[in-house]
Write a protein that binds this ligand. Structure first.
Ligand SMILES: Cc1cc2nc3c(=O)[nH]c(=O)nc-3n(C[C@H](O)[C@H](O)[C@H](O)COP(=O)(O)OP(=O)(O)OC[C@H]3O[C@@H](n4cnc5c(N)ncnc54)[C@H](O)[C@@H]3O)c2cc1C
Length: 499
């Protein structure tokens, strides 16, 4: 049950405290109780040390773009964790930071009596900084476990510039990676001894958050976070909802996956918010697709790595198309964040061809330019673009294909490519339930040429970067209903009732 070595890292050089009272699992990025190497590793470490396990799931209010929307989604997930741990000897401790910096020192306080700290690896946004900071404050060993994707995120020590090359690497490594998959339901196995108490004064200093709906509504309304970005009614956070959506996807949508570019066809999984918050594991999604196909890894044992998008897995075209997104595209974005920790999301980190060509066309006249504020209010002349932006504001996601158009048009209508980058980062991460993810920077940077090659003919503004227009999109796919559906941003009603 220990996590494989390929997924394990020490965050500090401090030894395990053999006479400590418990192991702590800081559930940081993989916020669920299924298919999690981190949770299963913490359970096994506690059992081996013959001590209880304490699971701490905290939510800071002081990260950039924290809002009612993100908090509601994450806290709904915490409710699922509370239910899953109920009746188990493992102590689950939810902590929503009630005001800025209130949570400072929480881990150091728990660490004083711990044998060991375990947490999740996540290669972007504030996570690496937080883990390093906590590890340096702890006077006990901290182990960091990678449950990010199907391949261990550090399995190839280089950054891939193109998805095509990464796909070939996936082909090389995936058979071996699939030999170690996380335990489906670690809480159903043998568990550590029951928890027998927090350090003195801990619960008073860091009160456990009451996850009752009314109490949460009240708490969220008082937090120093962005209250203008409202919760998404239709998207309930948590692993229970993620699994419901996964069922629907496998049974009803996956057969249509090759038609996912059409907004009127329900084909994509829509799982990106749940993947982002760690409410569902890509291993579990992969397993469900494999089961549907009656497939197991022996089908690819010894198979040559071709880098071909189709026909390699030996599954149906729709399942192969889906796995290309879930594994190749998702994980190339993780690879970039991991291997370029300092600049994965910076404009300067674009490939040379893209920077050069965008620079050469930076002075081209724009047919129109909009400011961040105009983009944010969906106040452009283009009804299709406005609809996509309204969907982002209303639902926290954009239809797959239109998200590409959304980004490309921001490049087209911003004063400079750098300004376009800034606007995309701000809007995507402010409104996206799946924002602030390796895929966020992956998608935004793709719009500007990352993972892609130079395209001809060279065009105004875009240069050799792949271009898209609303007119072409409208020719390829039917957008009338989509535009009508998202003509307005729409009002959100309060999610947690009024209290
Ligand atoms: C400008 C721009 C911004 C983007 N911002 C985000 C973001 O903030 N968060 C995010 O998760 N994705 C982002 N993407 C990538 C992609 O658009 C979404 O992952 C996808 O639309 C999510 O829908 P789905 O879950 O139905 O995907 P499905 O088609 O069902 O795919 C399953 C999963 O595979 C992964 N995936 C699918 N397409 C891509 C892709 N092109 N790149 C990387 N991973 C992919 C996602 O994890 C997705 O949930 C962005 C793309 C662009 C062009």
């Amino acid at each position: 049950m220990l996590a494989p070595n390929s997924r394990l890292q020490l965050a500090n050089q401090t030894p395990v405290r053999a006479d400590g009272r418990y192991v702590v699992y800081w559930m940081l990025a993989q916020r669920r109780t299924r298919y999690s190497f981190g949770l299963q590793h913490a359970i096994q470490r506690a059992r081996d040390l013959d001590v209880p396990l304490l699971v701490v799931e905290a939510l800071s209010c002081s990260y950039r773009w924290a809002s009612d929307r993100m908090h509601a989604f994450a806290i709904q997930g915490m409710g699922d964790q509370r239910d899953a741990f109920e009746g188990s000897p493992i102590e689950y401790y939810p902590y929503v930071e009630p005001k800025e910096d209130a949570g400072l020192g929480l881990h150091a306080a728990l660490g004083k009596e711990a044998c060991l700290y375990v947490t999740d690896h996540w290669p972007c946004f504030h996570m690496p900084k937080w883990v390093a900071m906590v590890a340096s404050e702890l006077d006990v060993s901290m182990e960091v476990v990678d449950s990010c994707g199907i391949l261990p995120v550090r399995s190839v020590p280089k950054a891939f510039a193109r998805a095509h090359d990464f796909r070939r690497q996936v082909h090389r490594d995936v058979y071996e990676a699939l030999q170690d998959i996380p335990v489906p339901s670690p809480l159903e196995g043998e568990l550590p001894r029951p928890f027998d108490g927090f350090p003195k004064g801990f619960e008073k200093r860091y009160p456990r958050t009451d996850l009752d709906e009314k109490a949460i509504g009240k708490l969220i309304s008082k937090l120093p976070i962005d209250h203008d970005v409202e919760p998404v009614q239709a998207a309930v956070g948590g692993q229970a909802e993620a699994l419901r959506r996964l069922d629907t996807f496998i049974d009803e949508r996956l057969p249509n996956y090759l038609e996912r570019n059409k907004p009127e066809v329900k084909a994509a999984s829509g799982l990106s918010p749940w993947l982002h918050w760690g409410h569902v594991s890509s291993h579990e999604i992969f397993k469900r697709v494999a089961d549907r196909e009656g497939w197991d890894p022996s089908a690819i044992e010894g198979q040559k790595a071709t880098g071909k998008r189709e026909g390699w897995w030996g599954m149906s075209p729709e399942s192969e198309g889906f796995l290309d997104e879930l594994v190749t595209w998702r994980e190339v974005c993780f690879n970039t964040c991991e291997m370029r920790p300092k600049d994965y999301g910076k404009y300067e980190a674009l490939p040379d061809f893209a920077k050069k060509t965008l620079e050469e066309h930076a002075g081209d006249p724009r047919p129109q330019t909009y400011t961040l504020d105009q983009f944010e209010r969906a106040a452009t002349h283009d009804t299709l673009w406005n609809a996509a932006q309204n969907q982002l504001r209303r639902e926290g996601v954009i239809h797959n294909y239109l998200r590409m158009l959304w980004g490309k048009k921001i490049l087209h209508w911003s004063k400079t490519p750098k300004e376009a980058h800034r606007i995309m980062v701000e809007l995507n991460n402010k409104y996206g339930l799946d924002g602030r993810d390796p895929n966020s920077w992956g998608g935004i940077m793709w719009t500007l040429g990352r993972y892609d090659r130079a395209w001809g003919p060279e065009r105004e503004i875009f240069g050799k970067v792949r271009y898209m227009t609303s007119e072409n999109t409208a020719r390829k796919i039917r957008v009338k209903n989509y535009i009508a559906e998202y003509a307005e941003a729409g009002n959100q009603t309060e999610l947690f009732g009024s209290s």
